[in-house]
Structure formats: C-alpha cells, structure tokens
Design a protein around this ligand. Structure first.
Ligand SMILES: C=C(O[C@@H]1C=C(C(=O)O)C=C[C@H]1O)C(=O)O
Length: 336
C-alpha cells in the first residue's frame, strides 16, 4: 500500500521547487524525507571538503517510510553543467606519479588524490536511480539532496565520520581498497593505520576509548579495511569541536593533515565542492555525520562522478586509475 503522506509531501516539494533530502542510514530500512521549512529542530546539512561552504535543509517534522513502500516518480529540474576538462587516464596517472615522488621527497606520508568523471545525462530517472542505490548498498548511507537551481547530489557512502547518541561518540577508520579475490598488502594496511592513528589521537582524553579492528568490509564491489572507534563523553563535551578536528580525516585528505590539505588544493586541479566533505543529520536525540563519497552531482546534460584514492610512497599510478574507475561503478551501476 502506498504511504500517501510521505509521497504527497515529496510531491509538494517537487511541485513547489523546494529543497529536499531523502536519506536512508546504513543497515536501516527507513527513508527519511526532509523538506526545507527553515525551522531549527531537525537538519540535514552538506559541508564542503575545504569547509568554505555549508548548506542545510531544516524540517520541523521529517517524515519516514519503509524503503519497500517507496514508489515515486517525477522529473526534477537540474541546472546545466559548466564546461570542465575531466582528467584523462594519462593526465591522472601523471598526477599520481608526481604525488608519489613528492611523498618520497617530503614529510608527506599519504595524500588522497581524486578526480571528476563526467558522463552524459541521458534523462536519467533520479528516483529509480535512488531506489537502485538503496537496493545495491544496504550498508551505506544512501542520500539524494535536491536544492533546486543550486545543486543535486546522489550517493551511497560507506563511511561514518562521527556520531553522537547520548554520551557515546563513534567513528570508523575506513581506508584501503581491494577486489574480493585479492589479498591485503602492507600498502593498504599502512594507509589504513594512518587513519586509525589520527582518529585515536583526536579521541584521546575522552573516556572509555574502544578500538575494534581492522576488519574487512564490503562496499559495493570492493573490500575496505575498517576499524570501529568509540568513546564516552561528559556533558560539557563539544561535538562541533571534535568534528572540526576530525574533518577532513586522512581517509579523504592525508597525513600530515595540513600539508596534505594544501597539496590537494594546489595540485588536484579542480574544486571538490561537497565531495569528501560531509553530510550531517542533526536531530534532537542524535547527530550523525557521514563522509560524502561514492557520490555524484547531477546536471541537466551531464553527471559528475567524484572518485579518489589514498596515495602513499608505494602506490602504482595504473592501479590508482583502475581503482577510481571501479569506484565510479557505485553510481554508474545504479544509474537508470
Ligand atoms: C576517496 C575515496 O574513498 C576513500 C579512499 C579509500 C582508499 O584509498 O582505499 C577507501 C575508502 C575511502 O576512505 C572515494 O571513494 O572517492
């Protein structure tokens, strides 16, 4: 049976050109809908990689539905894409080679390099694509952010940045990528350990620190290494401050953090905007922030898929290109 109020609220948002966000949390079955009403209680927000941009959609009464009942179709309006020059395979491999050499000759230990892959938008059905992402990625945060005339993002991210429920804060260290048939090597183990060490340093001082892992997890067609980290906090603890320290973690930026951040801004050659920034869900009893990755920006004529990977002194440019191609599959394999 159709859930009328959910669908009619979404329908109104589309008809009136209001900003809205559909969001389904990892391993849950409920989709929440936030439609902009500029209230202050419940918010979904997007924060850019460089922290220069933050936008939010606030809804006094978000509404939810079981994902099995989600059955909605409508065309959305998207702006036209500006002209860009996405890096070719050769250009990307040259950038990776340069980064490897720069890491070998500096204090840098890890830098995450990324690119935009552009594909044509052949009048995709955005809601069917969203349904496919829900189905294909049950353990990801699956979101659709529509801000009419400004930006539309869709994605299925496997990565929690930070969450707080009562006095418990949680995060994960997620890094290292391989296909299921391959084995982990020193390169991925080291790359992921850098992220874990960074988080543990930031969590030091909090109570009851627990670090569990790393274990191998599945995200779409890949395996990643994941360590679960949690701690207890006191009443005067500031989640905002911890978030500031954490973002961007070495899973998306590098180590040392500031050097890697500047390296990315100077060398990557494009603006990441909200990719590798975070998506926040702020409600009275819980706050959760997820890293915006395995995601794309939708335009009337084009789709920009954002993909990257961690580079260390042991990286191989060809493999890094392949890794980004495969990562774009999260979006490409669900597009209809
Ligand atoms: C940068 C991305 O993913 C990140 C980089 C990973 C890696 O380098 O192995 C793995 C998971 C993510 O933390 C991306 O998907 O674009």
């Amino acid at each position: 049976m159709l859930n009328i109020s959910f669908h009619s609220k979404l329908n109104e948002a589309v008809k009136q050109n209001l900003a809205f966000c559909l969001i389904r949390k990892p391993n849950e079955v409920v989709i929440e809908l936030f439609v902009q009403d500029h209230s202050s209680k419940n918010k979904v927000l997007m924060h850019s990689f460089d922290s220069k941009m933050e936008k939010w959609i606030a809804d006094e009464n978000p509404i939810s539905i079981h994902q099995k009942e989600f059955d909605f179709e409508s065309k959305l309006k998207f702006p036209k894409a500006k002209k860009i020059h996405p890096k070719t395979e050769q250009e990307y491999q040259e950038l990776i080679q340069q980064t490897i050499e720069d890491i070998q000759n500096s204090e840098l230990k890890k830098v995450v390099i990324s690119r935009k892959k552009q594909v044509e938008n052949f009048r995709i059905s955005i809601f069917e694509t969203y349904r496919n992402l829900l189905k294909n990625h049950p353990n990801a945060l699956v979101f659709l952010w529509q801000n009419p005339n400004e930006e539309t993002w869709i994605g299925a991210t496997p990565e929690l940045l930070l969450s707080q429920e009562s006095n418990k804060v949680k995060t994960v260290s997620l890094a290292g990528t391989k296909l299921p048939e391959a084995d982990w090597t020193e390169k991925e183990l080291e790359e992921q350990q850098i992220v874990t060490d960074f988080i543990v340093t930031n969590f030091r001082g909090l109570g009851n620190l627990e670090v569990k892992g790393p274990e191998t997890i599945q995200a779409g067609k890949f395996h990643h290494l994941k360590t679960y980290i949690s701690a207890e906090v006191s009443d005067n603890f500031s989640l905002k401050n911890l978030l500031k320290e954490m973002h961007p973690t070495p899973a998306l930026c590098g180590m040392p953090k500031q050097d890697a951040f500047e390296y990315i801004l100077q060398n990557e050659g494009y603006d990441r905007e909200f990719y590798s920034g975070y998506i926040g869900i702020e409600q009275a009893d819980s706050k959760q922030y997820f890293v915006n990755l395995r995601s794309a920006q939708i335009f009337e004529d084009k789709i920009w898929i954002y993909v990257g990977g961690g580079i260390t002194a042991e990286s191989n440019p060809e493999k890094e290109w392949m890794e980004t191609e495969l990562k774009s599959g999260t979006i490409l394999n669900s597009l209809v």
